[in-house]
Design a protein around this ligand. Structure first.
Ligand code: ADP
Ligand code: ADP
Ligand code: SF4
Ligand code: SF4
Length: 577
């Protein structure tokens, strides 16, 4: 079974002169063409195409994908149109359970949710006739989804949806948060559980990323519904807030149907009872696996092989080091700074002096509002400290919340270091696919990749990346880790990476600096520490321990007060048990 997909955001027949049609061997026979124009759009007939791949190679904009799928894929649940994305299989909610979804961006998670929410009636791959729930119910006969779609048809499912792109809220809502949440005890209880009662009096336009996320999660938890869907609830929250959010969802929605899409593996693991893995080729097709137990599902995803389905979803395995290994020789000093203090209004930062070596990536762990940005800005000479520091370092900085302007992405990259961009960044951050798009119209994950690429492409001595993992899928997080490490080595520079995804911080860092204290009042920054010590100090402060999954090495959060939790705390081993 062959599928041909055209990315119409990239296809520009007026620019290439309809090149694909003129190179296609089927078209050349002069009988019926495989590639043709209809209603001003390029189409490829999947029946006539012989799969030679010439058009794929020749298209100057990389707009065509041709893939052979095994027959067992069967009928798609939904296809957006001819030569467009198709979705196979669907996840389904379970009463009284949190069902997690894990998989690459662009493989149909949002499409599936819109179907379950009743926003799209799936067409079962037939986009020429009108879709109907009767056909869908017949299609899913004998499965859990038959009952679900029957209820949906009768209008008996109320879905509550916490969207991924929360900055949209800031664009439409202005004024105090309390104007947008009901004034009752439930609201106060939900906010209390999220430790966010104080946001009620703040204006929506002044909320930080984390506060906006809490507002969005609270708004969903307050609503009465049958099925709750949370799309990436942990972005912009710090570690403690992520755990609090998970507990709030589990406790307040116990007995309900909950579906969560989340790329922080430790949080997904902690939050979910079951997992659906979605796999496929981004923007081409996606397929949902069967329902799996949470540990098994995440492990199968990481190992790249779905056992029950007997499908390899990735060429390589993603595994994590179970021990802290120092990856870089600490030979050449790039930055040596003394202990210093900074006073900004009511906030005071005390930083311990430290040394960073060529090519090093130092992870920063600490809550929001504790002075991480202030710290780096001080090293850059932008903020006055006692004693004053001025190394004359050039800093390249990616803020936590990315907002790109309304210009073509290509323009943003004018004047960057082209060599490093071409050799290291372009491919691993998948820049070719977005270069012609308008930056502000890109998805959250695409904007994040552009912002990281821009930050790394600028010449600097010191790089600061604040929450680069937000909106990226697991594979992209791994690629970002590798590219940041490679670019630092090549530039002989150093980076501080702030992130709240503990698995990612572990993966990306050579050493770790820990920020402790009281957010908004005072912060204390340690010197860069060996990873074992850094993790132990940060997690002791948070009162959280992790164990390691024996199969994949991934860190798993221990339940507070469990035997493992208590035993590890006694030994002082919060992370590398
Ligand atoms: P995910 O949530 O996993 O990132 P989505 O369901 O948002 O994936 O999208 C999967 C693919 O479906 C996208 O890459 C896009 O190509 C396609 N798609 C999404 N919405 C539409 C639409 N309304 N019309 C046509 N194609 C769409
Ligand atoms: P983080 O990066 O850890 O989230 P920041 O360094 O941005 O924290 O901020 C730490 C604290 O300092 C916050 O409470 C913030 O409001 C305060 N702060 C930051 N800049 C200023 C400033 N120019 N004047 C007064 N307070 C500031
Ligand atoms: Fe040109 Fe590629 Fe579009 Fe074909 S698919 S018309 S080669 S841009
Ligand atoms: Fe034609 Fe080959 Fe492209 Fe198929 S893959 S449309 S046969 S050029």
């Amino acid at each position: 079974m062959r599928i041909a997909v055209i990315d119409y955001n990239k296809c520009r027949p007026e620019k290439c002169g309809f090149l694909c049609a003129s190179v296609c061997p089927v078209n050349k026979t002069g009988v019926e063409p495989a590639i043709f124009m209809e209603n001003g759009k390029v189409h490829i007939s999947e029946e006539l195409c012989i799969g030679c791949g010439i058009c794929v190679k020749k298209c100057p904009f990389g707009a065509i994908t041709i893939i052979n799928l095994p027959e067992e894929m069967g009928t798609p649940v939904h296809q957006y149109g001819p030569n467009m994305f198709r979705l196979y299989g669907l996840p389904y909610p379970r009463e009284g359970s949190v069902v997690g979804i894990i998989g690459r961006n662009g493989t149909g998670k949002t499409t599936a949710i819109r179907i379950l929410a009743g926003e799209i009636i799936p067409n079962l791959g037939d986009f020429t006739s009108k879709p109907s729930y009767d056909k869908v119910i017949e299609f899913f006969k004998g499965t859990e989804l038959q009952a679900y779609f029957t209820r949906l048809k009768e209008g008996n499912v109320k879905l509550v949806h916490k969207i991924q792109a929360i900055d949209a809220i800031r664009k439409v809502l202005k004024g105090p948060v309390k104007n947008f949440l009901p004034d009752n005890e439930k609201t106060r209880e939900v906010l209390r559980r999220l430790d966010a009662e104080y946001i009620l009096d703040k204006n929506v336009e002044n909320l930080s990323g984390g506060e906006l996320q809490k507002m969005a999660i609270a708004a969903a938890l307050i609503k009465e519904g049958d099925v709750y869907f949370f799309d990436e609830p942990s972005s912009f929250l710090d570690i403690r807030e992520r755990i609090r959010m998970s507990n709030a969802i589990r406790n307040l929605l116990s007995g309900k149907h909950v579906i969560v899409v989340e790329h922080d593996l430790a949080v997904l693991d902690y939050l979910s009872d079951y997992i659906f893995v979605v796999y496929g080729e981004p923007s081409v097709y996606g397929r949902f696996s069967r329902l799996k137990g949470v540990r098994e599902g995440i492990n199968q995803f990481l190992l790249g092989f779905l056992k029950e389905e007997n499908v390899r979803i990735r060429e390589y395995e993603i595994v994590f080091e179970k021990r802290a290994v120092s990856k870089k020789p600490q030979v050449k000093e790039v930055l040596r700074y003394p202990s210093f203090t900074v006073q900004l209004g009511d906030f005071r930062l005390e930083a311990e002096g430290g040394v960073l070596y060529e090519g090093e990536v130092v992870g920063i762990l600490g809550p929001n509002g504790i002075g991480k940005t202030t710290f780096v800005r001080t090293l850059a000479g932008e903020v006055q400290s006692d004693p004053p520091l001025d190394f004359g370092l050039t800093v390249s900085y990616k803020p936590q919340f990315v907002e790109l302007p309304e210009v073509p992405v290509r323009e943003l990259f004018k004047g960057i270091n082209q060599e490093i961009f071409d050799e290291e960044i372009r491919r691993s951050l998948e820049m070719d696919g977005v270069f012609d798009a308008i930056a502000s119209e890109l998805s959250g994950g695409e904007q994040q990749r552009v912002a990281i690429a821009l930050t790394l492409a600028r010449d600097a001595d010191l790089y600061l990346l604040d929450e680069p993992s937000a909106f990226l899928d697991v594979e992209q997080r791994i690629r970002v880790s590798k590219v940041i490490n490679r670019v630092m080595a090549k530039r002989k520079a150093v980076a501080f990476v702030v992130d709240h995804d503990i698995t990612f911080v572990d993966y990306i860092s050579d050493r770790i600096s820990v920020f402790l204290g009281t957010p908004g009042k005072e912060g204390h920054a340690t010197a860069p520490l060996e990873k074992r010590e850094g993790m132990n100090r940060a997690l002791k402060f948070l009162d959280i321990t992790f164990r390691r999954d024996p199969q994949t090495g991934r860190p798993r959060i221990n339940k507070l007060g469990s035997q493992k939790d208590m035993e590890q705390k006694k030994r002082g081993e919060y992370y590398y048990a």
